[in-house]
Design a protein around this ligand. Structure first.
Ligand code: MG
Length: 381
C-alpha cells in the first residue's frame, strides 16, 4: 500500500454523495486531502465544510456577489475549470445531479485527471465522447455508483473473459403497485426508497427504474460491452450490487450491506482496501434469503424508454436526460402525476430530431431542449 496523499476536488459537496464523500475524508485524513469544494445551493453547509476542510478553492453559484470574488478563510473562489485542473488535484469527484457535471468532467479528463463518477447523467448524455477524451488523455472514469462500482470490483484481476453483466435493481418504492395505486403516489411516498437513502432526483429515478436504464448505459460505456451482454434483475434486498459472468460460466458477485460509503471509499482509495469502522459488515445468516426476479417492463415504462433512447447515438440520450430531469422536478412540485412521468418524457423524445453531437455544448444544448420541451408539454410558463 502506498500512503500517498490523494488530492480531490469534490463537485456537489452538500448533497447525499458529497457529504458521504467528506465522511470518508474525515475517516482517512492522512490519505485524502480536499483541494476544491463546490455546491449549487446550501451555502451555509458549504461554508461550514470550507471552514472544516480548508480547501484551496471553492465554487458556489448561489453565493452573494461579494463572496464570489472573495475568500472564505484561506480558500479562494474559483472557476470549475481551475478547481478541477489544479496541479494538486489527483481525482475529481462529480457528485452533482444533472448536466452541470459535464463540462468540469471534460476539463478534468483533458488535464489527465481521473474522475470518480457519481453523476450518471454526464456519461448517459455523452458516453462516447467522454470515453474518447479519457483514453486520449490517459485518464480514467471510476464509477462510484454502487452497481458499476460492483462490476469494477468483480473485474479486478480479470482480463478479457467478461461474458455478461448482471446489474441488480431494488425495484424502488413502487414495486408491486397496481396502476391505480401508482396514480395516487405523492412525492412524499415516492421519496421513501426501501433500501437506499439518496437525493430526491435519483430516488424518483429509482422508483421509475429510469435510474436502472441509466446504469445500463453507464456500464455499456465504462466496461465496453455490447448491449446484449447486460441483463437487469430485480433484487429487492440490495445486498448483491451487481455480478459479472465470465466465459467459463463462473459468476462473481460483489456483496455488502447497502451503504454508499463503501463504493465511495473504494473509488477514492483504489487500489487499497482499508478497514473502516463506520461501515456495517455483512452477516450472511442475519441477512437471510437473497431473491431475484425479472424486470416487469409493463410496470416500469421508463425503463424501456430509457434503454431505447439512451442507447442511441447523437443528441437523443441528452434529450432523455434533460426531459427526465424536468419531468421528475414537475412530479416533485406537484405539476404532474407519477404515472405521467413516462408519458411526458416519451412526448419530448418523439418530438426531437436527433442531431450528431461532437462537443460538450452540443450535448448541453440537447439536454436544455429536453427540459424546455417538457415544460411546453405540461404547459409550465
Ligand atoms: Mg445505483
Amino acid at each position: 500500500m502506498d500512503n500517498r496523499l490523494i488530492g480531490i476536488t469534490l463537485l456537489g459537496s452538500t448533497g447525499s454523495i458529497g457529504t458521504q464523500t467528506l465522511d470518508i475524508v474525515r475517516r482517512f485524513p492522512d490519505r485524502i486531502k480536499v483541494v476544491g469544494l463546490s455546491a449549487l445551493n446550501s451555502t451555509d453547509l458549504l461554508t461550514s465544510q470550507i471552514e472544516e476542510f480548508k480547501p484551496k478553492f471553492f465554487n458556489c453559484s448561489n453565493l452573494s456577489s461579494q463572496l464570489k470574488n472573495g475568500m472564505i478563510g484561506e480558500s479562494k473562489y474559483c472557476s470549475y475549470e481551475d478547481m478541477v485542473t489544479d496541479k494538486e488535484v489527483d481525482l475529481v469527484v462529480t457528485a452533482t445531479v444533472g448536466d452541470v457535471a459535464l463540462l468540469p468532467t471534460v476539463y478534468a479528463l483533458k488535464a489527465g485527471k481521473n474522475v470518480a463518477l457519481a453523476n450518471k447523467e454526464s456519461i448517459v448524455m455523452a458516453g462516447e465522447m467522454l470515453m474518447k477524451i479519457a483514453s486520449d488523455n490517459n485518464a480514467k472514469l471510476l464509477p462510484v455508483d454502487s452497481e458499476p462500482n460492483a462490476i469494477w470490483q468483480c473485474l479486478r484481476g480479470e482480463n478479457k473473459s467478461l461474458f455478461k453483466l448482471f446489474i441488480t435493481a431494488s425495484g424502488g418504492a413502487m414495486r408491486g403497485m397496481s396502476d391505480e395505486e401508482k396514480k395516487k403516489i405523492t412525492p412524499e411516498l415516492a421519496l421513501k426508497h426501501p433500501t437506499w437513502t439518496m437525493g430526491p432526483k435519483i430516488t424518483i429515478d429509482s422508483a421509475t427504474l429510469m435510474n436502472k436504464a441509466f446504469e445500463v448505459i453507464e456500464a455499456k460505456w465504462l466496461f465496453d460491452v455490447a448491449w446484449e451482454q447486460i441483463e437487469v434483475v430485480i433484487h429487492p434486498q440490495s445486498i448483491i450490487h451487481s455480478m459479472v459472468e465470465f466465459d467459463d460460466g463462473s459468476v462473481k458477485a460483489q456483496i455488502s450491506p447497502p451503504d454508499m460509503k463503501l463504493p465511495i471509499q473504494y473509488a477514492l482509495l483504489y487500489p487499497d482496501r482499508i478497514f473502516n469502522p463506520d461501515l456495517v459488515r455483512f452477516n450472511p445468516v442475519q441477512t437471510g434469503s437473497l431473491t431475484f426476479e425479472p424486470v416487469d417492463v409493463n410496470q416500469y415504462p421508463c425503463f424501456s424508454l430509457g434503454l431505447d433512447y439512451g442507447s442511441r447515438l447523437g443528441t437523443l440520450p441528452a434529450v432523455l436526460c434533460g426531459a427526465d430531469e424536468m419531468a421528475v422536478e414537475s412530479f416533485l412540485n406537484g405539476s404532474i402525476n407519477f404515472s405521467d412521468i413516462p408519458i411526458v418524457i416519451k412526448g419530448a423524445l418523439e418530438a426531437h430530431t436527433s442531431l450528431s453531437a461532437k462537443t460538450p455544448e452540443d450535448y448541453l444544448k440537447a439536454a436544455a431542449w429536453g427540459r424546455n420541451k417538457i415544460k411546453e408539454i405540461i404547459n409550465i410558463k
